[in-house]
Design a protein around this ligand. Structure first.
Ligand SMILES: Cc1cc2nc3c(=O)[nH]c(=O)nc-3n(C[C@H](O)[C@H](O)[C@H](O)COP(=O)(O)OP(=O)(O)OC[C@H]3O[C@@H](n4cnc5c(N)ncnc54)[C@H](O)[C@@H]3O)c2cc1C
Length: 200
């Protein structure tokens, strides 16, 4: 049984995994397990070019960020299990946990973070009822979001990134993943507001 399973290896998913990974060393996170399904084939980062993101060298390629993001996660927070080359086909609510099925395996997780982007090609069984037209994207683009309040779709089911209803901007999507991670850290820490800051 995983504690938190993140679905999607794009801006929001990787950012969520990095912040959760950085929190795993805290005493309140003892015994917590985090995994991420790092599917990246359909990430909007694949053909993005970044000149307007604070901290990124102008001209940075999104495709390079996808690779370096996984490396950063593996090097700094190897406790976060990276599940590669799998695509999620269903997320089923089984009351006390979620059963997440991919094209290869089935996982059980107490919490799930869905960060699969806002393209209307989503074909994950179990979440159809939450899909609605994206509130902050051009209508002709046919984008979607999963209806949520403060990134929570239902108990222990979170959504992050563009699929949460935010506009498509790298900093917003990665910030959304980080925000969900701190919400989960706060939950682990018995409701005490929590963030993880490294210091010089
Ligand atoms: C051409 C282009 C240029 C851009 N330029 C800029 C720019 O200059 N500045 C800027 O700020 N932003 C830019 N962006 C926007 C930025 O790339 C997005 O805002 C950001 O990638 C959104 O992050 P996300 O995590 O919501 O989605 P994504 O990064 O798309 O990640 C979603 C992830 O979910 C995975 N996934 C999908 N389905 C499944 C499934 N069934 N199971 C498991 N995983 C799945 C995908 O493979 C992907 O890795 C650009 C986007 C594009 C397309």
């Amino acid at each position: 049984m995983i504690d938190t399973l993140i679905i999607g290896g794009g801006a929001a998913g990787l950012s969520c995994a990095l912040v959760l990974g950085s929190g795993l060393k805290k005493p309140f996170a003892k015994d917590k397990t985090v995994a991420i399904i790092t599917h990246q084939k359909t990430s909007h980062l694949q053909n993005a070019l970044f000149n307007n993101v604070l901290g990124l060298e102008p001209g940075t390629l999104g495709a390079d960020l996808l690779e370096s993001g996984k490396e950063q996660l593996k090097d700094l927070y190897p406790e976060v299990l990276q599940i590669d080359k799998e695509k999620v086909t269903s997320v089923l609510n089984c009351d006390t946990y979620f059963e997440v099925t991919t094209n290869k395996n089935t996982y059980k997780s107490t919490r799930v973070v869905i960060a699969v982007g806002y393209t209307n090609l989503i074909s994950i069984k179990g979440i159809e009822g939450f899909i609605a037209p994206h509130p902050k994207a051009a209508i002709e683009k046919d984008r979607i979001w999963l209806k949520n309040t403060d990134n929570i779709i239902e108990n222990n089911l979170y959504v992050a990134g563009t699929l949460a209803g935010d506009r498509s901007q790298f900093a917003i999507a990665s910030g959304s993943g980080a925000k969900v991670a701190t919400d989960i850290l706060t939950l682990w820490n018995n409701g005490k507001h929590t963030k993880i800051h490294d210091k010089v």
